[in-house]
Ligand binder design. Structure first.
Ligand code: SAM
Length: 290
């Protein structure tokens, strides 16, 4: 049934509708059946699931999702693609296409309305993300109150590696910690440029973020934890004490920052990039108590 994974079918649709790729919407359409299969497999989608797809494009991944899931709700910003989606998804009665901007739309209401007035018990997100909104969109989905079980996302390879990175590595940073606070990341596949049309300038990766039922650390003040993390990585080459002192968000004197770092049990010369999430949590609780 799902025939859009074949490049020749995609080309046929693109030509029929004279599609002009919208660079501003990050349009790089998937044309590789093998990769599409891998995404569905990594997402562990079953017929019990409702899947939210951000940016269905011409409906390629949507066809695969519709075959694997109970229901698919797909949000597309480009109105020019709606007529195409009508055609490519006409064979599926379990897909709802919503015209809108996924960053602005009320997702809880959209999903509730599409699922007959109740938020479904088993919700997953699957998307070949437009790269220009990758990070804000992922953080919005992780921080929000919709109980997604997992998010399986095609993102730029470097971004996937940053999300999965651990302390002391070059990719480790504020994004790693923010993502790992909410989810367990796992890179399921690397995807070369020739799997897309048009070809992007970067390689991609499929990452699955399995939402944690609870954060892995306990802090008195979550906002403070993230301020400390941002401060520690905004000047990577500086010591943790200097990073904290220079942060406008924190308002700590050098003496206070040094006292907090020592009270949390760290060497005053340590760099923020060496700290684990647990260690940042310890520091956050020390600073909260000052
Ligand atoms: N899912 C398709 C595929 O895999 O071939 C298309 C993926 S393409 C990388 C990204 C899609 O997201 C495009 O269709 C684009 O128009 C859409 N998009 C971009 N920004 C969006 C937004 N803010 N809200 C919803 N869709 C968006």
């Amino acid at each position: 049934m799902a025939e859009l994974g074949r490049p020749e079918k995609t080309i046929e649709i693109l030509q029929k509708y004279h599609v002009v790729f919208q660079k501003k919407f990050g349009q790089n359409f998937l044309i590789d059946e093998h990769v599409l299969g891998k995404i569905i497999q990594a997402a562990e989608i079953t017929k019990d699931d409702v899947v939210l797809e951000i940016g269905p494009g011409i409906g390629t991944m949507t066809q695969y999702l519709a075959e694997a899931a109970g229901q698919v709700v797909a949000i597309e910003i480009d109105r020019n693609l709606l007529q195409i989606l009508d055609e490519t998804l006409s064979g599926y009665d379990n897909v709802t296409v919503i015209s809108g901007d996924a960053m602005k739309i009320d997702l809880r209401k959209t999903l509730t309305d599409a699922c007959g007035g109740e938020l479904p018990a088993s919700l997953k997100v699957c998307a070949n993300l437009p790269y220009y909104i990758t990070t804000p969109l992922i953080m919005m989905l992780l921080e929000g109150d919709i109980p997604f079980q997992n998010l399986t996302l095609m993102v730029q390879k470097e971004v996937a590696e940053r999300m999965q990175a651990g302390p002391g590595t070059k990719d480790y940073g504020a994004l790693s910690l923010a993502v790992q606070y909410y989810a367990d990341p796992y890179i399921a596949a690397y995807v070369p440029q020739n799997c897309f049309m048009p070809r992007p300038n970067v390689d991609s990766a499929v990452i699955r973020l399995t939402k944690r039922p609870e954060p892995p650390v306990s802090v008195q003040d979550e906002a403070l934890l993230f301020k400390l993390i941002r401060a520690s990585f905004s000047q990577r080459r500086k010591t943790l004490v200097n990073g904290l002192t220079n942060s406008r968000e924190l308002n700590l004197s050098k003496e206070q920052a040094a006292a907090a770092v020592v009270a949390a049990g760290f060497d005053p010369q340590i760099r923020g990039e060496k700290l684990t999430l647990e260690e940042f949590a310890t520091l956050a609780n020390v600073v909260a108590g000052m």
